[in-house]
Design a protein around this ligand. Structure first.
Ligand SMILES: *Cc1c(COP(=O)(O)O)cnc(C)c1O
Length: 375
């Protein structure tokens, strides 16, 4: 068996051999099974504590009898709605099975083993995965050290200095996960304008709907000015549809045309499309989600201060708390209390845990468990 496994390893491409699988948050029912309990709390995957919009749930129920049919492979209805919402041509939209699917399409369309992708230290784990999976070389820029902007945030100057002839893609997460750090409009605009035309700048706005900072940019309108800009959004976070897998990008139509060539024919399923369409229309659910996040972020960060813990200020629906010691042992005690958070050692943050902002009650459970685990 062992020799067989080794043989397959040698057969894999060098990029794949260098990869580690993406580590998702521990599933709730897995922990409940292990502990023999029923009321575990999971604040590990940046899911919306309010759940999906009731309108989205109704839309999914309605489409169930149609599930024997293939979905609309071009996503006409959803693209029409997004085109109106964002005032962009339909041809600039690409739908994905989650926005991660779009990130992967970008890598497959533009990166080869001769090319490089640039991103920041502590950036979202999917960037190295899609880059190395196609054999391209990741170039990782050191994060901000605090001297010129948020600690742990993207250092745009450092990223710029890694751009060369072989660079094809730059991944910018705004805000970034897991740090929750963000980039100002003027800084990001200047950065994109300085990029040579052969470099595609991907601005990942997975948490866009949560951010309330006045200087935080909506970069979708910038696509008209920057043909090398690709903006990605998702329905997984504020819209509460993570389980259905749906996201999209806005880009120059010629870029969208290339992404469409590598896209799996029916990558977005029928339930996801109708649910996204309904969720997009449910402004009041989105408002409630934002309010809950605002309140929950305050609740968590006030508790951290009370416990004497530092944290990375975040504009998303999650926050990294600094335990000032190796986080894995604290995480083990939290798990024993039925609380699932996200260790971020694989992001170069061994002393932090990432906490998704949950309902008031769930946040309270986390705070109590943290207090106990830190004794
Ligand atoms: C959650 C997340 C995504 C979205 O993933 P989906 O595939 O759309 O569920 C993208 N980028 C970042 C930074 C994220 O945290």
């Amino acid at each position: 068996m062992a020799t067989q496994a080794k043989l397959f390893f040698d057969l894999a491409t060098p990029g794949v051999r260098g990869l580690r699988p993406y580590e998702p948050g521990k599933p709730l029912d897995e922990l409940e099974r292990e502990l023999g309990i029923r009321n575990a709390v999971k604040l590990a995957s940046n899911e919306n504590p309010l759940g999906p919009s009731p309108k989205a749930m109704a839309a999914v129920r309605e489409v169930v009898p149609e599930l024997y049919r293939y979905p609309d492979g071009n996503g006409f209805a959803l693209k029409s709605a997004l085109s109106i919402r964002h005032k962009v041509p339909m041809g600039s939209l690409t739908l994905g099975n989650g926005s991660n699917d779009v990130l992967e399409m970008i890598a497959r369309a533009f990166l080869t083993p001769d090319h490089e992708a640039v991103f920041s230290e502590h950036a979202f784990a999917v960037y190295p995965i899609v880059t190395q999976a196609v054999g391209a070389t990741p170039r990782v820029a050191p994060a901000q050290d605090g001297s010129d902007g948020a600690v742990f945030g993207h250092d745009l100057e450092a990223m710029k200095s890694l751009v060369g002839k072989r660079t094809r893609v730059i991944f910018v997460a705004n805000p970034n996960n897991p740090t929750g750090t963000w980039l100002r409009s003027t800084d990001l605009d200047e950065f994109i304008s300085a990029m040579p035309g052969h470099v595609l700048v991907v601005v990942d706005e997975a948490y866009f709907e949560y951010v309330e900072e006045p200087e935080y940019p909506n970069t979708i309108p910038w696509v008209a000015r920057y043909p090398n800009l690709i903006v990605t959004r998702t329905f997984s976070k504020a819209y509460g549809l993570a389980g259905l897998r749906i996201g999209y990008s806005v880009s120059h139509p010629d870029v969208a045309d290339l992404l469409n060539r590598v896209r799996q024919p029916f990558n977005v399923n029928s339930m996801a499309e109708v649910a996204a369409l309904a969720a997009l229309d449910d402004e009041s659910h989105l408002q409630r989600s934002r309010q809950m996040n605002r309140d929950g972020m305050k609740q968590l960060t006030e508790a951290f201060s009370e416990l004497g813990l530092e944290y990375i200020p975040s504009v998303g629906n999650f926050v990294c708390v600094d335990l000032a010691r190796d986080a894995s042992q604290v995480n083990e005690s939290l798990l024993r209390c039925g609380v699932i958070l996200r260790p971020v050692a694989n992001y170069g943050l061994p002393n932090h845990l990432r906490i998704t902002v949950g309902s008031k009650q769930d946040n309270q459970r986390v705070i109590a468990a943290l207090r106990k685990a830190l004794l």
